[in-house]
Design a protein around this ligand. Structure first.
Ligand code: PGA
Length: 243
């Protein structure tokens, strides 16, 4: 079964109301693309972005959610709230959350379960550090993160995996095509629904390298950070799908 490519933008802690013109610029490329197009703005812009994107081929998503539906968790946002604001997806277990907020695999799993229960598609991020790659541990680390972060009973539920080597995020470095192909194949073998689950690559994806990365067999799309902040860059990455 062919998998529809997914090009996802992760704005991280960037973006103000004045930046919503981005969506108008990207909407045409999204309409013409065979891929699913997603933008994950900061939570403050989610509802506005969802409204701006209604009637376009752009979906919006959150960058994190809490594992509980509601309650005394000051500053947190639940999956149900993201859904209510118009999100279709949520990024979970990004390496910046794992590092900045001490998110363990078990926390990521409980968030993923909450996301699925709320009707969101979780994008579960995994990836090794530079030291782990240099010591030959990349595949072991990713396998361990997957085993600990995937929901307990994900069968028949749609989720997305993003392989993002930590050392490639925001650095301008990308993993070699051979390394990406190897890890993506290893991830696919460990998925409960290997044929239908999309595996994205992330880490310094830009217009210049998108086409070659997206042409790899087990790469079903990209999670794009820095290059998703500029409409022209994001549009040209969208244009690299299926070229
Ligand atoms: P980058 O970020 O494209 O800026 O490297 C990717 C990500 O962190 O999702």
């Amino acid at each position: 079964m062919p998998r529809t490519a997914l090009i996802a933008g992760n704005w991280k802690m960037n973006g103000l109301a004045g930046d919503l013109g981005f969506f108008g610029e990207v909407a045409r490329a999204a309409a013409d693309s065979p891929a699913d197009i997603l933008v994950c703005p900061p939570a403050t812009l989610l509802a506005l972005a969802a409204k701006t994107c209604s009637g376009t081929a752009i979906s919006v998503g959150g960058q994190d959610c809490h594992a509980r539906e509601s309650g005394a968790h000051t500053g947190d946002i639940s999956a149900v709230m993201l859904r209510d604001a118009g999100a279709d997806y949520v990024i979970l277990g990004h390496s910046e959350r794992r590092a900045d907020h001490g998110e363990s695999d078990a926390i990521v799993r409980s968030k993923a379960e909450a996301a699925l229960a709320a009707g969101l598609i979780p994008i579960i991020c995994v990836g090794e550090t530079q030291a782990e790659r240099e010591s030959g541990q990349a595949e072991t680390v990713v396998a361990r993160q997957l085993a600990g972060s995937l929901p307990e009973n994900p069968q028949k539920m749609e989720l997305v995996i993003a392989y993002e080597p930590v050392w490639a995020i925001g650095t301008g470095l990308t993993a070699s095509e051979a390394d990406v192909a190897e890890i993506h194949a290893a991830i696919r073998k460990r998925l409960p629904e290997p044929l239908t689950t999309r595996i994205l690559y992330g880490g310094s994806v830009k217009p210049a390298n998108a086409e070659s990365l997206l042409s790899l067999a087990d790469v079903d799309g990209a999670l794009v950070g820095g290059a998703s902040l500029k409409a022209s860059d994001f549009t040209s990455i969208i244009g690299a799908v299926g070229r």
